[in-house]
Design a protein around this ligand. Structure first.
Ligand code: BGP
Length: 486
């Protein structure tokens, strides 16, 4: 029926909050039985701006294993959330968080990934974290795999390249679903699953020595294994805890054509299809036809096991979550593509400003993305990452006046509100890095996203003291007014 009225504001139960990942906050990388993860063998970038997560080789891993320290590997250090979780979650509650997105370090629970039984001490840590969330009425939103896996699975199986890893993963997911039945209501499988097409960061497979054609073959096969693992996990959760829900997670980057030239528009469409391929499989339960041509043209032949087609159908997700930082531009002549951080992005968009790291800021693009995702999938959407990475300075009054961050977030929230008015079903918004943390792409500390400042520099010096920035008080007002006061 035609409606003359449409919502202008956020739903009452909207999940406002913030998002983190185990390997970027926890630290304590070798305590209570935990062993190394793939994230903890990625060396920090020497020029601080280079993306190092796909350059991992057999030699670099050997070197990392021989180096027991934290200096070269900042993700081993994090911000020591392992020992500060009570204080940190309390600060989130002061801002009024309804949701806290965090990931589990698989290697805390299954240190090598190969054990038959879980590590009780690892689970005990997450028991305490969830109990603290509950104390403050904060819903944990839990990512099962955020850019990491037990390193042993890379050494033994070359990560997701080997189908056997599905078994190890689903043994882990069954344990945590059973343990946190009735405690965790929102789950998601793989963080930014499309990052698997960027190599080691997503697949845990060493492939820097392969030709680009071989890499493509390996990466898409690894992605297929993740799709199957995800589908099995969805089925497990629905059986174990029917009241809980589980989503997929995509790094969504809307593509604009460089010009109105039809060939450029087509290039943008192809780029978008390669991005939406991942959610097509996880939300609709089957491979989209356009990938057949792509695989054929690029010499990729995927191995499907008997039953895979059915499994994908049976294991479709309940909601679609995504990260949103920027948009991209494509042209028929493909010379403009470049890689910035964890994202392969297109050419410069003259209408947009960029962050200090070259990420092009585009609030209106978020409204476009929300509308397109809703139109295509018709499942609830959840923005689980968004934010501005910036260098913060402590002012003379001892405070951090991060009006640039407030400005970025305000403009994005305005567009979310408009998208809700467009009819989009949006369930929540968790900004990236509500507390400063280690950057995924460069391992820097000084690329900060937080409402809460953490006293630690790129070399690990500092007291680790936590201090609210101006944005802390602003976000608190936003949440208290359910997005009315921006
Ligand atoms: C996303 C990742 C996060 C996060 C964020 C910001 O791609 O899911 O882990 O770090 O990007 O990226 P960066 O830390 O490189 O600034």
């Amino acid at each position: 029926m035609y409606k003359t009225d449409f919502p202008h504001s956020f739903p009452k139960d909207f999940l406002w909050g913030g998002a983190t990942a185990a390997n970027q906050i926890e630290g304590a990388f070798d305590v209570d039985g935990k062993k190394l993860t793939t994230a903890e063998v990625v060396k920090k970038a020497t020029d601080r701006k280079t993306f190092t997560m796909s350059d991992v080789t057999k030699e670099s891993i050997k070197e990392a294993i021989a180096d027991p320290g934290v200096d070269n590997y900042p993700k081993r250090r994090g911000i020591d959330f392992y020992h500060h979780y009570e204080e940190d979650i309390k600060l989130f509650s002061e801002m009024g968080f309804k949701a806290f997105r965090l990931s589990l370090a698989w290697a805390r629970i299954f240190p090598t990934g190969l054990e038959e039984k879980p590590n009780e001490k690892g689970l005990a840590f997450y028991d305490k974290v969830f109990a603290t969330c509950k104390k403050y009425n904060i819903e944990p939103v839990v990512t099962l795999s955020h850019y990491e896996m037990p390193l042993e699975l890379t050494l033994k199986h070359n990560g997701w390249a080997d189908r056997k890893v599905i078994e190890h993963f689903t043994r882990y997911t069954k344990v945590v679903f059973e343990r946190y039945r009735g405690i965790v209501k929102y789950w998601m499988t793989f963080n930014e699953i499309n990052a698997a097409s960027a190599g080691f960061i997503g697949t845990g497979a060493i492939d820097a020595h392969l030709t680009s054609k071989e890499q493509l073959q390996l990466r898409y096969q690894a992605v297929h294994h993740q799709f199957i693992a995800s589908a099995i996990a969805v089925k497990q959760l629905h059986e174990i805890d029917p009241n809980a829900t589980i989503g997929c997670m995509l790094a969504r980057m809307q593509t604009y054509p460089a010009t109105a030239k039809p060939a450029d528009v087509r290039a943008a469409q192809v780029n978008d299809q390669l991005n939406l391929f991942f959610t097509d499989v996880q939300v609709r339960g089957e491979y989209p036809e356009f990938m057949n041509r792509y695989f054929k043209e690029n010499g990729v032949t995927l191995e499907f096991a008997p039953g895979d087609v059915e499994l994908l159908k049976e294991g479709v997700v309940d909601y679609l979550s995504f990260s949103y930082y920027m948009t991209t531009v494509s042209a028929a002549d493909d010379k403009i593509n470049q890689t910035l951080g964890n994202f392969a992005i297109g050419g410069p968009n003259p209408y947009l400003e960029s962050s200090d790291w070259g990420w092009q800021i585009d609030p209106v693009g978020l409204r476009i993305a929300l509308n397109e995702l809703w139109d295509r999938y018709r499942v609830p959407l959840f923005i689980v990452e968004n934010g501005l990475g910036a260098v913060d300075e402590i002012a003379e009054d001892g405070k951090i006046h991060d009006d640039y961050r407030i400005d970025y977030l305000r403009k994005h929230i305005e567009q979310m509100k408009l998208a809700i008015g467009d009819g989009v079903d949006l369930m929540g918004y968790t900004t990236w890095g509500p507390i400063d943390l280690i950057s995924a792409s460069t391992s820097e500390m000084s690329k900060r996203y937080g409402f809460i400042y953490v006293d630690q520099d790129d070399d690990g010096n500092g007291t680790l003291n936590r201090m609210p920035k101006d944005s802390f008080y602003w976000y608190k007002k936003v949440i208290a007014s359910n997005g009315e006061e921006l």
